[in-house]
Design a protein around this ligand. Structure first.
Ligand code: UD1
Length: 420
């Protein structure tokens, strides 16, 4: 299992290019299942989750491979089963359910089960597909779905704007008979990117980015070439890196228009963030960092995927801040590790009170999930002395060449291999 060794306290300075978005690429590559012809994707990040998605497509009978930042998916005979060994390593595998039912009338997908940041059920995915005519049974840990007469358009209202649920049903609705109206859908930019891809393949989707999406089903989707949007969470993580190290970073390909909630909070916390023709420039303001309160919300609110990283910024800021996590239960697992580095944080239910202004000190710490791992890397960059972040396979799921990108702007970070 690899770890990162970080010698902290170096202000980062230089330019970083933001990669393609993991959370857009996963559903979009999965959507190739719904397409009849070959599809080419560009700006795909080289990540463990992307490799897992490609493996899943391969298991489902689609030839697919990542080369540079390009994935070519070839048309071929489709299977119907997403096995447990794969789904357990990546919950997003459940996104093959909608397109498989639409194309094959049958799908067998292992039930994802719990994960480190909460229970994360898929009940809303299933009830929406049931409204479209699918029938499900649980068969030895697998969700077995059938719709022998094909999926039919339906009027669906989600209880909560679920990101994965919206994506799964969007893919299914493209090939369903008639019109599907989806209400209270997630408005995340990655959903807009998925809808834009599907429309580029001939789908008829309207309303992406708003709370109501209308889809007119079509007979078939044709191939196309599509560039994945940039990763707003990776970009946000680098903006925080500039802040906690007292450095200055220029981010190229930064999707700042999709990052208003994060950028607003960073500015309120005392960071200067400027749009320039070369990219987005970020540094600490002259007054230093100050505590601000944050509530995580569905988009366009503050993303839960930036909560852990922002908490590190708050540890380095003067004053107190209250962090309220509203999306996932159990998403404060980075807190105890940050406390081991000298942070003063108290958790009560879904809130964390951070008393900032203490110097973080390097320590051996362990990442428990992807964004928690990113937060510990940020803490290590800010801390005095050496930090060893263990279990970085979590970080590898979502950050492309993180150590290389940070080293290039002056960070003292290296990957070390270790025996279990
Ligand atoms: C996606 C993102 C993840 C991000 C999350 C919220 C991907 C691959 N992952 O995850 O990085 O943190 O959005 O922005 O894009 N829920 C139910 N029933 C359902 C579906 C969801 O109760 O059927 C609950 C979940 O348990 C969770 C909340 O709704 O508490 C949010 O889930 P959802 O929006 O679906 O997130 P994901 O698609 O899993």
């Amino acid at each position: 299992m690899d770890s990162f060794l970080i010698e902290g306290g170096v202000p980062l300075k230089g330019t970083i290019a933001v990669s393609g978005s993991k959370n857009a690429a996963l559903p979009i590559i999965m959507a190739a299942i719904a397409v009849d012809d070959d599809v080419t994707f560009t700006n795909v990040p080289d990540l463990r989750d992307i490799k897992t998605t490609i493996k899943l497509l391969n298991i489902l009978g689609r030839e697919a491979a990542l080369s540079g930042d390009t994935v070519l998916v070839r048309n071929g005979e489709l299977g119907i089963e997403a096995p447990y060994d794969l789904v357990k390593t990546m919950r997003a595998s459940v996104l093959c359910l909608g397109p498989l039912l639409a194309r094959k009338g049958e799908a067998k997908v292992s039930l994802p089960g719990g994960c480190a940041i909460g229970a994360r059920p898929v009940d809303q995915h299933l009830s929406a597909l049931e409204k479209m005519g699918a029938k499900f049974e649980l068969d030895h840990g697998y969700i077995h779905g059938v719709c022998p007469e094909g999926l039919k358009g339906a009027h669906i209202r989600f209880d909560f704007p679920t990101v994965g649920g919206t994506e799964n049903i969007l893919m299914a609705a493209c090939l369903a008979q008639g019109e599907t109206i989806l209400e209270n859908v997630a408005r995340e930019p990655e959903i807009v990117d998925l809808a834009n891809f599907l429309n580029a393949c001939g789908a008829r989707i309207e309303g992406q980015g708003t709370t109501v999406i209308r889809v007119q089903g079509v007979e078939r989707l044709h191939g196309c070439s599509y560039a994945i949007m940039a990763d707003r969470i990776e970009a946000g993580t680098f903006l925080v890196a500039a802040g906690v190290t007292g450095g200055e970073l220029l981010l190229k390909n930064c999707p700042i228009d999709d990052m208003s909630a994060v950028v607003d909070k960073l500015r309120s916390a005392g960071m200067v963030i400027e749009e320039t023709p070369e990219g987005v420039l970020a540094r600490c303001g002259e007054q230093g960092l100050r505590g601000v309160d944050v509530n995580t919300r569905p988009h366009p609110g503050f993303p839960t995927d930036m909560q852990a990283q922002f908490m590190v910024l708050m540890c380095c800021a003067e004053g107190s801040s209250l962090m309220q996590e509203n999306i996932f239960e159990n998403r404060f697992m980075h807190v105890q590790e940050l406390v081991r580095m000298g942070a003063d944080i108290h958790v009560s239910g879904s809130s964390a009170m951070i008393r900032g202004g203490r110097k973080l000190t390097g320590a051996p710490v362990m990442s428990s999930d992807l964004r928690a791992g990113a937060a510990l890397v940020l803490a290590g960059l800010a801390a005095e002395g050496e930090t060893k972040v263990q279990r970085i396979y979590h970080v590898d799921r979502g950050y492309e060449r993180l150590a290389e990108k940070l080293s290039a702007v002056g960070a003292k970070i290296r990957r070390v291999k270790e025996e279990d």
